[in-house]
Design a protein around this ligand. Sequence first.
Ligand code: CU
Length: 160
Amino acid sequence: MKHWLIAAIVAAASSGAFAHGEKPHASKGVDYSKAEETPFGRAADPKKAKRTIRVEMTDQMRFHPAEITIKRGEIVRFIPVNKGQVMHEMVLGTMDELKKHAEMMKKHPEMEHDEPHMAHVAPGKSGEMGWQFTKAGEFFYGCLIPGHFEAGMIGKVIVK
Ligand SMILES: [Cu+2]
C-alpha cells in the first residue's frame, strides 16, 4: 500500500506530473464535451448514463460479470466494487492497450496514473466511471495491478 501513498503525495506536489496526459477526470470538474476520442470510445458524464452496471472485483482475480453487452453510443455508468482484501482496478481498453499497460505497470509499479477510463478501488469500496462506447466491436476491462491481469482478471465488453 505504501507506494500508492507516496506516489499520491509526489503527484500532488508536482501537480499531476505522473498523469499520462491532459485528459478529463470526473473528480477534477471535467468538461466531458472535450473528452478525447479513443479507439474504444470516450469519457462521458456518468450523470447522463441511462444504464448503470455494477462490476464486482474479487481476490480470486475475477470480475463479475466478466462479459457485458452494450449498445453503441450508449452512455454507461460503471460502478466497480472491490469485494476483496487488496487493491483492484477496472481499466477499459483494447486488448493491445491493456497488455501494453500491464507490462508498463510491471516495470514501474510505483507509477501513479489516473484517467477517465480507469478506476482504482480500495478494498470494500466502490468507484464510478462514465463511458460511451462509440464503436462496435469487442473491448476489454482489466485489473492492471501487477499479477492480477496475468492471473486472468479481465472482462469483455461487446458493443453492438
Ligand atoms: Cu486486481
